[in-house]
Every structure is written in structure tokens, then in C-alpha cells.
Design a protein around this ligand. Structure first.
Ligand SMILES: [Zn+2]
Length: 463
């Protein structure tokens, strides 16, 4: 009798263990972390500044490191375009398709809606979430859950003759609901099955629709989203709530800035040098420190948002999740020639990576990938020119910021892609890092950016 009882107990235990294993096997999740504009220059600048040139960042310790080649095509000819923007690159990551600049999960030329990993994952029962430090309607998050022909169609009030910075930037006439389209980005996010959306961009949700009667905010509430406008409100959330968190009218403030708000500046020419390039003197801007940005104080950090997102998505969830986390302003600060700002946002990304790795420690079937969408303008240049002994002024034709590092050096960062108010992206391949799952699943060390989608979709068995 005792033996029999023991046998039954063993059977029960064995079936429990096998059920638990089956459960663990099926609970796969993906956390994709995107540093917008985070190229090897940005990473090296951050390393030099944050931990010193001999230090290592958390990214440097990740088990997988490779590169992804970025592809873009011309809207009309379909020919290669060698420098991308965040819309077409996020579309590649989210859909596996190469499209033209400015497009959000739609194809070049034919304007077809391309299914995104968020939509495919939702259909398979995964929870999904998008977290960003930009407006949640900005190109990167938008490409995971909306389909429009132009990234600028962020609200129902901005679908026709969109004007930004006083310049006309196009229209999304075919995407208008009145024309049978899906509407603006904010309306599509509000109607989506995404479980959690955190970022800025409140203004795009309060703008009224085409008929002037409703807003994306109203649509989101009707679709079951709990809407929060400040970080304090997360205390009132239930872990199962669908959440739309809008923490700024536009993008979230950045963590660091240059002393006195300084950005990179043009070298100053003496009177004589103005007359003749070979004479007189050219003085570089004085070195500066990076300081904390006081506007950042009330802003949720990317770490806090990532932690909260993982908690919401994993709560009593046996089906796994897909989460995209973006540190958006590495790029935006680089457009504005603000290296301190980019460093702070890269630091924020690293904090988000640490949160993801922490989760994966307890949940080993979690694939973590960290990558960038495109490379950017900032370059580390010599603080003292290699040609400084020549008896003529030698200096950069661009704008330069010289930053005091904690290890006692001066880090000179140059921006010279444009004579316009904003710098441009550049066209090199981007880094990609992964956790041990990326290694065991044999992610190749060289890939096309669109292959990142296929790898994640295969891991989640979405095909
Ligand atoms: Zn950009």
C-alpha cells in the first residue's frame, strides 16, 4: 500500500514537473531595445565619458555582438538609398521589409500595409508593449503598430498639408478615415491591441479627428486603455490594465546637457584669418562639462518605464510578450549637436538593458536584442590636430564640442554633415548586441537589418 501511494505521488509529481516544463518552454518573450542613432561613435563617446576609455559598458559585456547592414530604397525608382531615417529602419525591424524614408510599416511605391511583429505577436496571444523617450507616435514606436505613408501624420489634425518648422512636409490623404484609410498614427495606436504604450506625445492624442468631434484619447479610452499623464499615477494601476502613458506633450526631456545649454560650436576665426585662411588664428570653443538637466527631474526614466512595462506584460502571463524599448534622443540630441544629451540618453538605454537582463535571469527564455536604427553625425576627432605643427591654422570645417572627461582628458566631438540647423544621419552598418539566447539561437554576427525581424519572429514561432 505504501509503495502504491509512493508510486502515485511520483506520477503526480512527474506530471506536474512535465507540465511546468511545458509551460516554461512555451513562455518565450522578446525584448528589443533600440538606441535611435546609437552607432559605434556614440557608444565610444558614452564609454569614454561614463566609465573612462579603459572602462566597459554593460553593452560591452553582452554575450553576442554583431552588425546589421541598413538598407533603404527610393520611393519611385526602388534603387538603393545609402542613408536611412528612423521610419524606414523601424519598419525593417518591425516588418522585415525594406521601404523608403519616412514610411511607417507601409511599402515603397505600392503603399501596402506591412504586418508588424507586434500585430503578429498579438494574433498569437503574446502581450505586446512599446516604450520610448520620444512621442509614442514618433517614427520608431509607430512603425511597430501603425501603417501610414508619412511619419509626420501623427494626429488626426495633421494628415493633410503637414507643416513642421514652417516647411510643408507632405500629406497622408489615402490614410484618412474618410478615404477608407486607418487614420493617423495616434488613432491607430489608440485602436490597437498593444497592451502598453509609454512615452510622450500627449498633443497627438488630444487633437480632434477629421470631423472635429473625437480624439485619439477618446478612442483609446473606448478601446479599454487606462490613460495616465504622470508617473505618480502608476500606483493606481492594476497589473492587468491596458495602459497608455503619456508623460509629455512631445518628447520626454533628456537626462544630461552641456554647461549653460551649450552645444557644439564653430571654431572662431581671427580678423586676419577672415582675410586669408593661411594667416591669423582660429580658436576652438572652450571645453565644457556635462551637467544634469533640471527639466528631467519629473520625467520617468527609461529604466522606470522599462521595469514597469516588464511587470505589466509578464504579470500572470503564461503566453510571453514582445516589448520594444527605445531610447530616442541619442538621435535627437545628435541632430542638435548636443553630445552631452546623447551620452545621457545612451546611459538611459544601458539602464534599460540592465532591467531586461535582470528579468531574463529569472526567465531564461527571454531573447534580448539591443540595436540601433541608423548611424549618426557625431564623430570623435583629435582635440589637437595631427597637423597642428604646420604654420597655418588647421581646424574642423564643422562644429565641435570639447568635453571634460572624468579621467582628465578632453573629448572632442565634431558634427559636419550639414550647414542646416540640424545634422544628418549617416550610412554605416549598426551594432547589434544580444543575450545568451541570441548565441544559443545562432544569430549571425553579420546580417541585414530586416533579418532582425525574421530572427525575432522565428523565436516567437510567429510564422
Ligand atoms: Zn534622426
Amino acid at each position: 500500500m505504501a509503495i502504491h501511494r509512493h508510486f502515485v505521488l511520483t506520477l503526480i509529481l512527474a506530471s506536474f514537473i512535465s507540465a511546468t516544463n511545458a509551460l516554461a518552454d512555451s513562455t518565450k518573450s522578446v525584448i528589443l531595445i533600440i538606441g535611435d542613432g546609437m552607432d559605434d561613435h556614440q557608444i565610444t563617446i558614452a564609454r569614454n565619458y561614463l566609465v573612462g576609455s579603459r572602462g566597459t559598458l554593460l553593452l560591452d559585456k553582452m554575450p553576442f555582438r554583431g552588425v546589421a547592414q541598413v538598407l533603404t530604397i527610393d520611393e519611385v525608382s526602388g534603387l538603393p538609398v545609402y542613408v536611412a531615417d528612423s521610419a524606414n529602419t523601424a519598419t525593417a525591424l518591425a516588418t522585415g521589409q525594406v521601404t523608403s524614408r519616412g514610411r511607417i510599416a507601409t511599402s515603397a511605391g505600392k503603399d501596402l500595409d506591412l504586418p508588424t511583429i507586434v500585430e503578429l505577436a498579438n494574433r498569437k496571444g503574446y502581450r505586446t508593449g512599446l516604450v520610448t523617450t520620444s512621442s509614442i507616435t514618433d517614427a520608431t514606436p509607430a512603425s511597430f503598430a501603425a501603417h501610414v505613408s508619412s511619419r509626420y501624420c501623427e494626429s488626426p489634425a495633421a494628415m493633410v498639408d503637414i507643416v513642421k518648422y514652417g516647411i510643408e512636409l507632405g500629406s497622408c490623404i489615402d490614410d484618412l478615415k474618410a478615404n477608407g484609410g486607418l487614420g493617423s498614427i495616434s488613432e491607430q495606436l489608440a485602436k490597437s491591441n498593444v497592451h502598453l504604450l509609454l512615452g510622450g506625445g500627449r498633443q497627438y492624442f488630444t487633437a480632434n479627428n477629421e470631423a472635429g468631434q473625437s480624439s485619439a484619447m477618446k478612442l483609446a479610452a473606448e478601446n479599454g486603455f487606462t490613460i495616465i499623464n504622470s508617473w505618480k499615477e502608476i500606483d493606481h494601476l492594476h497589473p492587468n490594465d491596458k495602459v497608455l502613458g503619456l508623460f509629455a506633450e512631445e518628447h520626454l526631456p533628456v537626462k544630461l546637457k552641456g554647461e549653460a545649454g551649450r552645444s557644439a560650436e564653430a571654431p572662431k576665426k581671427s580678423m586676419l584669418n577672415h582675410i586669408n585662411n593661411y594667416f591669423g588664428e582660429v580658436t576652438l570653443p572652450s571645453p565644457m562639462n556635462c551637467i544634469a538637466n533640471s527639466n528631467f527631474m519629473d520625467t520617468p526614466t527609461l529604466k522606470e518605464m522599462s521595469k514597469m512595462a516588464i511587470k505589466q506584460l509578464s504579470y500572470e502571463n503564461r503566453d510571453g510578450f514582445f516589448l520594444m524599448i527605445e531610447s530616442a534622443s541619442i538621435d535627437k540630441q545628435s541632430h542638435e549637436r548636443k553630445p552631452c544629451g546623447s551620452v545621457g540618453e545612451l546611459d538611459q538605454l544601458i539602464d534599460a538593458v540592465s532591467v531586461a537582463l535582470e528579468y531574463a535571469k529569472e526567465n531564461p527564455d527571454t531573447l534580448i536584442l539591443v540595436t540601433s536604427d541608423h548611424t549618426h553625425a557625431a564623430q570623435i576627432v583629435p582635440d589637437k590636430s595631427l597637423f597642428s605643427e604646420y604654420p597655418v591654422p588647421v581646424y574642423t570645417p564643422g562644429k565641435i564640442a570639447r568635453i571634460f572627461t572624468k579621467e582628465g582628458g578632453i573629448l572632442a566631438i565634431n558634427y559636419a554633415t550639414s550647414n542646416f540647423e540640424a545634422e544628418e544621419h549617416t550610412g554605416a552598418n549598426v551594432p547589434i548586441f544580444g543575450n545568451n539566447v541570441a548565441v544559443s539561437e545562432k544569430l549571425p554576427t553579420y546580417m541585414l537589418q530586416a533579418d532582425v525581424f525574421s530572427f525575432m519572429a522565428r523565436y516567437l514561432e510567429l510564422n
